[in-house]
Write a protein that binds this ligand. Structure first.
Ligand SMILES: *Cc1c(COP(=O)(O)O)cnc(C)c1O
Length: 388
């Protein structure tokens, strides 16, 4: 897999900052998730450019490891998979009116139906094309996002049955999504599970028996056996990252983080005590020391929020960002330790060589690991290892 296939620009290929993606870790995580899923099939969720890891290389690794399904949010993402030669089952689920459903149907992309207008537009596109669209009816069991409300579910079932009889659609799946799966004992979890079972029973009562009922994201795949149904839809855990502390850390869950973010020191220099560092001088040196300038910043997805806090492994130790993170750069104070231009600094990785982890950066940014990995910007070059 060349990095060009992931959309990296020529300029980025020459840049001083890179991420290593360990495809062997992706495969190991998919194997682990299949083991946890038991009888249920596995859909690896690869939206948002494979959570920042690269849509096509990650999808290939997931397929190699036995992911029967791939899941994406946007039609454009599903079509990228087809353009790269993936012919397997793919589900896309987030649309606005006027999307090119005809092409999606022609390319055998399964479509999530979360509103009445989606059913209408998809069925119309299928009729024009003379094909049958493969759909998964989505019920909103309590997340309050996409999906048909419980009140409108009977009408959706009726409308869908009409389109099945006309040959416009085939109902492949029935599905929903949790609000609190990362808090498995939260009362909404049981409530959503029971509403989902009711919605499936209501469908069955009118003769709709889809091959796949699915509800579980990563957290539910691990923590809620009753939510696994016929297929599970893990995303973050495919990349070796825990869906949340209440579910367990990556090692406890048997997951291997796949992404390592590294850069090279641009400038290292001795400065006297009392030197202000970066915009606003929020950091001032207490004694004579060595400052190392790292050539990445918030344009690379290193949140400015982590100013003064984000941890970096440099010159043998973990050290926080000194002062503000700028658009293209930030500074680390390495004290009297040896450090020179060209030295490698690691922002995050699996954590087994003293480097911080994605979770550490999420804490430093007051966010979740999902946002850290999907923030990795286009100026960062990607390198892949562990190809199957
Ligand atoms: C993103 C997403 C997932 C995957 O969630 P993780 O928490 O990353 O496992 C599953 N289902 C839907 C509908 C999603 O949007």
């Amino acid at each position: 897999m060349s990095s060009g296939a992931t959309g990296d620009s020529v300029a980025a290929a020459a840049g001083p900052t890179w991420i290593d993606i360990d495809l062997a870790a992706i495969r190991a995580n998919v194997h682990r998730l299949r083991e946890v899923a038991g009888q249920a099939e596995l859909m690896a969720v690869v939206k948002a450019d494979g959570y920042g890891h690269g849509l096509i290389p990650v999808s290939r690794a997931a397929r190699q490891a036995g992911a029967g399904w791939l899941g994406v949010a946007l039609l454009a993402e599903a079509r990228q998979l087809r353009a790269a030669g993936d012919q397997g089952p793919v589900l896309a689920w987030l649309f606005a009116p006027g999307e090119d459903f005809a092409t999606a149907i022609a390319e055998r992309i399964d479509l999530g139906v979360g509103a009445a207008w989606m059913l209408r537009e998809i069925a119309d596109a299928a009729r024009r094309l003379g094909r049958t669209a493969r759909v998964h009816l989505k019920v909103d069991t309590g997340l309050g996002r996409n999906g048909v409300s419980i009140a409108e579910w009977p009408a959706m079932l009726e409308a869908a049955t009409v389109e099945v009889d006309r040959g416009a659609i085939e109902i492949v799946g029935m599905w929903s999504h949790f609000a609190y799966a990362d808090s498995p004992t939260h009362p909404t979890v049981a409530a959503q599970l029971s509403r989902f079972n009711d919605a499936c029973a209501a469908a069955e009562a009118v003769g709709i028996r889809p091959q796949l009922r699915h509800l579980a994201n990563s957290a539910a795949t691990f923590a809620l056996p009753d939510a696994r149904f016929d297929l599970v839809r893990p995303g973050i855990s495919v990349y070796g990252i825990s869906p949340g502390p209440e579910v367990g850390n990556a090692a406890d869950l048997g997951l291997r983080p796949a992404m390592t973010l590294s850069t090279r020191v641009a400038v290292a220099k001795r400065v006297p005590a009392g030197s202000g560092v970066s915009y606003g001088h929020e950091y001032v040196t207490e004694r004579e020391t060595t400052l190392a300038l790292l050539p990445l910043g918030y344009a690379e997805g290193i949140h400015r929020r982590a100013s003064g806090r984000g941890p970096v492994l440099l010159a043998g130790r973990r050290r926080p960002v000194a002062g503000r993170i700028c658009m293209d750069q930030f500074v680390v104070d390495v004290g009297d330790d040896q450090c020179a231009a060209g030295d490698i600094a690691v922002l995050f990785g699996p954590g087994n060589h003293g480097e911080p982890t994605v979770d550490d950066w999420a804490d430093a940014c007051d966010t979740i690991p999902y946002e850290v990995v999907t923030s990795v910007g286009p100026r960062i070059r990607r390198q892949y290892s562990g190809e199957g």
